[in-house]
Design a protein around this ligand. Sequence first.
Ligand code: GEK
Length: 247
Amino acid sequence: MTDQPDRLFSQPQPQIRDFVFNEDVVRVFPDMIKRSVPGYPTIVENIGVLAAEFAQANSALYDLGCSLGAVTQSLRRHVKADGCRVIAMDNSTAMVERCREYLHAQDSMFQELLPVEVLEGDILNLAFQPASLVAMNFTLQFIPPQERLGLLQRIRQALLPGGALILSEKLRFEDDSQQALLTDLHIAFKRANGYSELEIAQKRSAIENVMKPDSFEQHRERLHAAGFSQVLPWFQCINFASLIALP
Ligand code: GEK
């Protein structure tokens, strides 16, 4: 279970295919996401800290689009409420298999962790149980835009009073000059983390049809339309942010 450095886009590719979360990506994912998403380690660790404030006894905690289970592990490190269980879901078989291995390793290192169930499937088909915390850490941006409101409505309906949704996303900016500046700053972040111009350009082409970021204003309006009463940003680093939405 060693993490390999991300060199997926280091060689020129004659044709750039759309990005998929396959075995090649899984092998390098921890390195890739840390070097690509500004603030990722801080966000992951603090989702656990924040979740502990919202978690209620005998309820479900969801990690939607769990990838390798970084958020699930953070929830299990921080949440102590009695009878809580974590339900993690991802539709990539390769991610789910590796996620289960990582969680098994966490179980062998620590005692009294919350029970966890890792489901393989589309979060759009998930039948939610009553939940005190739902985390979607950089997943909504991969959901088809026309499905996002319905998913948020189902999450809102599953949330218990006093619970919360924690939603992290790459942000788009409605003002063109702000969008250009924040994109340049993100490229500078990737360059500083050792990615070449070729890697940055090829990754961008691979992901642009697959990942569709929204602006903060779109998120806020959609969350209110889904029935959330409050939307509070708690973290932003360059063009990546995390929000708390309250029922
Ligand atoms: C982390 N949260 O490390 N149903 C289930 N999973 C999906 C769906 C879907 N419809 N669409 C995409 N995914 C993680 C990082 S990565 C973000 C999340 C990134 C999954 C997809 O397979 C992938 O594992 C994850 O959402 C997005 O905190 O790579 O930028």
